[in-house]
Design a protein around this ligand. Structure first.
Ligand SMILES: Cc1ncc(COP(=O)(O)O)c(C=O)c1O
Length: 405
């Protein structure tokens, strides 16, 4: 059975504007059920938590449902899902809280492949206590992040290994399980940035060996809210800065201030939407299938569908003779390239004039772009998500052909 992209696209009102949205890596569009869930939360009336009235109970229910939804999406535990405004903010919270337990004898390992949000918070937290930062390097020819190097990087002094599950620039999906195993062998924690991976592949935080797994709902058809998933037992051992009257419980103590209840209703609806993307939608699953099972089946179908589009994109880019960065064996469907002689921002502007949305710049893959010698302009980034179709890809290729010609 083929992936019914026409059915999926019909759920996204924004796609009606006629643009080819190949900018999903910077944030996806939002389908009707998610928009409705957010609007319905406000329509029903929401109150702050802990009140003696029903609107407050509704918000508690929304939060509980959202935690379960993210747990189903990632294979985590609802009681270990911490919400926050962005993955960046959550990484800062965790890094700052963990670093209170570090000394100048300790070490953290970051990777040159990562988005800066999983690098800088660790570097700054380490600097405050004088801890040492060690770097895992990406192979600049292939874009791979060889897991073998972690045998030398990780040792008895390592406290945290921070690594991405997928590069938001060149798509590389490192062998996180192997990297996390190095961390676990010395009692270090592994903080995995799953922001770019989550929209593209089935995720299982246990199989990855991730002690923390960060994900942002706005990359998978949800609103602008993020989560970090950890084992509740682990969270119990960590004390972030927090207000005196706010809950000391887990995961609450990591959530500063009032949560965005309506957006959390939208995040839960986004997980339901992902779970129904598989061919035939929800109807393809038996009624006894759990949402977790439907998410896994659906994301497996999404991965295969996107791989087809991405193969066409890469083939076309290759024929056009653009300069492509990264060719890792396992990749998220995201291309990073330059058109010789044309600045990336100009490429993006000219494509936009032809109705094709792509990004340009370093996309906060700051260290990688610096290592590749691409600063300050970076490169062009075009990627596919589940609502893109062959026409989107072909319009990109046609636009680039005109540009080159
Ligand atoms: C791989 C990756 N990590 C982290 C982030 C930061 O996410 P947020 O905007 O939720 O802070 C992004 C955003 O583009 C990303 O692509």
């Amino acid at each position: 059975m083929t992936f019914d992209v026409a059915r999926v696209r019909a759920l996204y009102p924004a796609l009606a504007d006629g643009y080819a949205y190949l900018d999903g890596a910077a944030g996806t569009q939002v389908p009707v059920p998610v928009i409705d869930a957010i609007a319905d939360a406000y329509r029903a009336g929401i109150g702050n938590l802990g009140g003696a009235f029903e609107a407050s109970d509704r918000s508690e229910e929304i939060v509980a449902r959202a935690r379960q939804a993210v747990a189903d999406l990632t294979g985590g535990t609802a009681g270990g899902v911490v919400f926050g405004p962005s993955a960046t903010e959550l990484c800062y919270r965790v890094a700052n809280a963990l670093s209170r337990m570090w000394t100048a004898d300790d070490e953290v390992v970051v990777s040159r492949l990562d988005h800066d949000s999983n690098i800088r918070p660790w570097i700054q937290a380490a600097a405050r206590v004088g801890a040492v930062v060690r770097w895992a390097e990406a192979d600049l020819e292939t874009g791979e992040l060889p897991a073998g190097q972690y045998a030398d990087l990780v040792g008895p002094r390592t406290r945290v290994v921070a690594v991405t599950a997928a590069s938001n620039a060149i798509g590389t999906r490192p062998d996180v399980a192997a990297i996390a195993a190095h961390a676990r062998a010395v009692g270090a924690l592994c903080y995995v940035d799953g922001v770019h991976a989550t929209p593209h592949v089935p995720v299982d935080v246990t199989a990855l060996g991730a002690d923390f797994y960060a994900t942002s709902a706005y990359k998978w058809a949800g609103p602008h809210v993020a989560a970090v998933v950890a084992a509740p037992d682990l969270l119990e051992t960590i004390w972030p800065d927090k207000l005196a009257p706010s809950s000391n419980g887990v995961p609450w103590r990591f959530e500063r201030g009032t949560l965005p209840f309506a957006d959390l209703a939208g995040a839960a609806a986004a997980v339901d939407h992902l779970a129904a993307l598989a061919p035939g939608g929800a109807a393809s699953g038996t009624v006894s299938q759990s949402r977790r099972e439907r998410v896994l089946a659906s994301m497996t179908a999404v991965e295969a569908y996107e791989a087809g589009l991405f193969a066409r994109m890469l083939g076309g880019l290759d024929e056009l003779g653009v300069t492509l960065y990264g060719s890792a064996a396992r990749r998220a469907p995201t291309a990073f390239f330059n058109v010789p002689g044309v600045p990336p921002r100009t490429v993006a502007e000219r494509l936009a004039a032809r109705g094709v949305n792509v990004w340009s710049g370093d996309n906060y893959a700051y260290e990688l772009c610096t290592a590749l010698g691409l600063q300050p302009d970076g490169a062009v980034r075009a990627g596919v998500v589940h609502y893109n179709n062959l026409s989107d890809v072909d319009r990109l290729l046609a636009g680039l052909a005109e540009l080159a010609g």
